[in-house]
Design a protein around this ligand. Structure first.
Ligand SMILES: NC(=O)C1=CN([C@@H]2O[C@H](COP(=O)(O)OP(=O)(O)OC[C@H]3O[C@@H](n4cnc5c(N)ncnc54)[C@H](OP(=O)(O)O)[C@@H]3O)[C@@H](O)[C@H]2O)C=CC1
Ligand SMILES: O=C(O)C1=N[C@H](C(=O)O)C[C@H](O)C1
Length: 248
């Protein structure tokens, strides 16, 4: 039985994860940590893996704390960009027995969308991302959109693509959204959504739309359990659930 601690345990994803871990036969919950709890409980209960769901503004420090205490980490919290991953890699130099698995999205649909979008990236003149989430989400853009934009941007740069054409120079309300690695990103917050994303590609006369919709948090739990089981077997820092799925 692998001993698991969850940080952010009383939040939306924390509650669903604790339930899934408790229902599994090979993982055991040893510490549920939320905002008012002492993280020392993680060490006191000999956790082998910590699953982090705390908000982005506190999660980075908590990941560093786990590394210093020699505990593997699965990062569910969004917004761990390339710079944050570099900071983790630097911390692991002195803790080569620790592995960190950063998972921007535990949905298989989202992972496949990101893979297909990266493949499509060099073939179209224009590309923009629209992500849609529940209004309780505190960060924008979503970690998934950030990760997708980074991969699309890298693929387009490697292929020597020109920037997406855009004549806009009058935009007093910021309606054109943000831009990450040259990719336009738009964040929508509407009650009823859980997590959705569309990537729009275009050339003259042709549009390709890629989309996933996660409708329940429970749909992410197979991915969460897969990551918790995998992290002790990985090496150093790994980004993306695709690393442990046989996607070809
Ligand atoms: N990778 C993925 O597939 C997914 C990633 N996410 C990401 O996970 C993160 C959490 O999402 P969600 O569960 O919806 O958010 P919630 O706000 O529902 O949960 C966060 C929890 O962490 C608690 N918290 C705040 N500060 C601390 C602290 N210092 N130590 C421990 N716990 C703390 C919060 O308490 P309080 O409310 O009292 O502040 C809350 O209970 C977000 O970054 C989200 O984007 C979400 C879904 C899927
Ligand atoms: O806050 C959420 O709910 C989600 N956050 C993650 C993100 O920022 O990409 C993953 C998923 O989209 C749900």
């Amino acid at each position: 039985m692998t001993r698991i601690a969850v940080v952010g345990a009383r939040g939306r994803m924390g509650v669903a994860s604790v339930r899934a871990i408790e229902a599994s036969s090979d993982l055991t919950m040893v510490a549920e940590i939320d905002i008012d709890d002492d993280v020392q409980g993680i060490v006191d209960h000999n956790a082998e893996v910590v699953l982090v769901w705390s908000p982005p503004d506190v999660a980075h420090e908590q990941v560093q704390w786990c590394i210093k205490h020699g505990i593997h980490v699965v990062v569910g919290t969004s917004g761990f960009d390339e710079q944050a991953v570099e900071q983790i890699r630097a911390a692991l130099v002195d803790h080569s027995d620790v592995n960190v698995f950063v998972v921007p999205n535990f949905s298989v649909g989202a992972v496949l969308l990101t893979k297909f979008a990266t493949q499509a990236a060099p073939f179209f003149e224009s590309v923009e991302i629209v992500e849609m989430h529940h209004p309780g989400k505190v960060d924008a853009p979503s970690g998934t959109a950030l990760h997708t934009a980074e991969l699309i941007g890298r693929a387009r740069a490697a292929a020597g693509c020109a920037p997406s054409p855009d004549a806009t120079y009058l935009d007093p309300h910021g309606a054109r959204g943000g831009r990450i690695e040259g990719v336009g990103v738009h964040s929508v917050r509407v009650r009823g959504f859980m997590s959705s994303q569309e990537v729009l590609f275009g050339v003259d006369g042709e549009i390709l739309k890629l989309r996933y919709d996660s409708v329940t948090r429970e749909s992410l739990m197979p991915g969460v359990l897969t990551a918790l089981r995998a992290v002790p077997t990985l090496t150093g820092v790994t980004v993306g659930l695709d690393a442990v799925l046989s996607l070809g």
